[in-house]
Design a protein around this ligand. Sequence first.
Ligand SMILES: [Zn+2]
Length: 103
Amino acid sequence: MKAKWRDKDEFKEHVRSWAAKLDVKIRLLTVRPMKTKWASCSTDGRLTFNSQLLDMDSEVADYVIVHELLHFSIPNHGKLWKSLMKAHLGDYEAMEQMLKSQK
Ligand SMILES: [Zn+2]
């Protein structure tokens, strides 16, 4: 497992590099405590991540980051979304299970 995040800024920088890779324009990026979700996004370019992710392994954060960024172009979890998740993250389903067991 890779090291965890140093701080919010490092995390945000990582989000921005994924966004560039996936060709997503982020207008507002926020990291804050969230009660029921790991992240949320809106089609106008606002992206919010649960600050709890800062305490988790970077593979898990990658899962949440790519998950949300793909929703900018694909609003569901259909075939296309799944195949892109796999292409970028490999075995993303393992991460999904792990997150489910934590909340
Ligand atoms: Zn989703």
